[in-house]
Design a binder for this molecule. Structure first.
Ligand SMILES: C[S@@+](CC[C@H](N)C(=O)[O-])C[C@H]1O[C@@H](n2cnc3c(N)ncnc32)[C@H](O)[C@@H]1O
Length: 253
């Protein structure tokens, strides 16, 4: 189902986090990424959805949205009309998304926009930490529980999670599937356990699975029936592994 239609006609729910990975426009050779005659038509389509996303957030809610590098500034201008900008996170994917031709640099990153409904937004600073570099781990304050005990602050340039290689165990047929590690990081920082998350462009279901593993409640939409089937089968598999964790008494973290 179209996410716009779902939010306008099917639910009155407000969400603590909207976690959006919309079509990039003319990046992937699939119908869903080539629905528009030109860039302006794409941006109008996206604006309609951003507006309804902004109305569907709780007062402390966040909107996280991936976008194609070429549209970064234009999408920010649209988002500024409806929400408050917090940061553009630069995800250094390591694997290129678009083929680079001619006299230019290869593209190695993807922007992730973080906007909030108000200045009273949810942000878990304890989760926005990474282990210190190896040489720091030997410093006494790290070992004794000083300032560095739980790690060092994560910056807005994420270089430690790469895009999925084709031979990755978690890779599905979806061409723009995001790594589960990335989805989990975003959920842990921008939402809390038990909060409500909306995933408007579910794709292969990566963000849904991360919600299940991390105990967030979720609603999701996806227009492509093949991907809906894929999501269902991934959910079945996930259920099996959750039951085996429970049987073994393991933590899902
Ligand atoms: C960039 S992909 C999302 C990939 C996803 N994050 C993952 O990790 O698998 C965008 C998805 O949005 C879906 N889509 C396109 N237009 C949509 C709409 N109006 N409402 C809901 N889903 C839509 C496409 O079919 C595509 O699977």
């Amino acid at each position: 189902m179209d996410c716009y239609k779902f939010l306008r006609t099917t639910t009155t729910q407000r969400y603590d986090l909207i976690f959006a990975d919309p079509p990039y426009n003319d990046c992937i050779e699939e119908e869903w990424d080539n629905q528009w005659e030109d860039d302006n038509q794409y941006l109008d389509w996206l604006e309609k959805r951003i507006e309804v996303f902004s109305k569907s957030l709780t007062e402390s809610g966040n909107l996280i949205m991936y976008c194609k590098r070429q549209f970064h500034h234009k999408i920010k201008i649209i988002m500024d009309k409806y929400l408050i900008e917090q940061r553009s996170i630069i995800w250094v994917r390591r694997r290129m998304m678009d083929v680079t031709r001619g006299k230019t640099l290869a593209s190695g990153y993807e922007p992730i926009l973080w906007y909030s409904k108000s200045e009273d937004y949810y942000f878990n600073s304890e989760q926005a930490k990474v282990p210190p570099k190896q040489h720091l781990q030997h410093r006494s304050e790290y070992q004794k529980g000083g300032r560095l005990e739980k790690g060092v602050g994560l910056t807005d340039a994420w270089t430690d999670i790469s895009a999925l290689p084709h031979n990755s165990k978690e890779k599905t047929i979806h061409p723009t599937q995001k790594p589960s590690k990335l989805s989990k990081r975003i959920l842990k920082i921008f939402s809390e356990k038990g909060s409500r998350v909306f995933i408007p462009f579910a794709g292969s279901g990566s963000e849904i699975l991360a919600c299940i593993f991390l105990d967030r409640t979720w609603d999701a939409t996806e227009i492509n029936q093949n991907y809906c089937k894929l999501i269902k089968s991934r959910l079945k598999e996930a259920q099996k592994s959750i039951f085996s964790w429970l049987d073994n008494g393991e933590d899902k973290g």
